[in-house]
Design a protein around this ligand. Sequence first.
Ligand SMILES: Cc1ncc(COP(=O)(O)O)c(C=O)c1O
Length: 272
Amino acid sequence: MEAAKNQLDKFMRFSYTDFYYSSFVDLSEKLCKLVPDDFDKMVFWGNSGTEANEAAMKLARNHTRRPLFLAHGGALSLTASKSIHRVGALPLVPEVVHFLYPYCYRCHWKQKFPECDYYCIDYFKEEYLEKFVPVDEVAAYVFEPCQGEGGYIIPPPDYFRRMGFLKKEGVLFVDDEIQTGMSRTGKFFAVEHLGIEADLISIAKGMASGLPLGAIIAKANIMQPWKPGQHASTFGANPVAVAAALATLEVGEIREVDPKREEDGRDRYEKA
Ligand SMILES: Cc1ncc(COP(=O)(O)O)c(C=O)c1O
């Protein structure tokens, strides 16, 4: 709150799509450094998770020139958690294919893990990819690393690595970290638990501790070809929200668990 108030006293509006100011560049750099994978990155700023996912969908179609999406993620066309969301709003973005999130505790196929040997993936290949989803028409697989809005479901440990076969088919992996990001699962991004690399990461919600802010971090080769004016946001990277986000990251860093914690039983937060 202090950071936001200080920023309010200076200025509260700046159009980052036309001009630069240093704090959102700092925040972009900090965010990119928190991505575990070592590739050149670019950031697009909006005000919410929905805007981040919309940007991801646009980027994915633009990059791949493919129409389809496989969805395990959030925002109206991508979510399948409650049908009431769709009442009065249909039709939505066409060519979004939903399939069941892997849920071992209440397996949809009445299998037992690990004896099932990831039957859910075999099912997906046989009943989706072979029957009605031509994989070379798929732009992206949008997923939550651990499901949130649709029930808090932890996928079986190797699920996403095994789904990595889609990458070989040219499908981009869009990691929706809008609920799971900001260290909520013990790592800054939950994708770090999965052993896979995301091509695009969306983040929002807690990033600015209650002020509206959302972002997409993309591989530079995916975002770079966007031409000036192809995508924009009036209030994205609002200076007040950015100041709050920078302060939030500082607090988050203090609370990160020290790797030596198991040895000496203390974390950096306690030491600070
Ligand atoms: C996983 C996920 N993605 C996207 C969204 C959309 O975010 P927002 O409400 O900020 O538009 C939500 C919102 O609950 C979400 O949980």
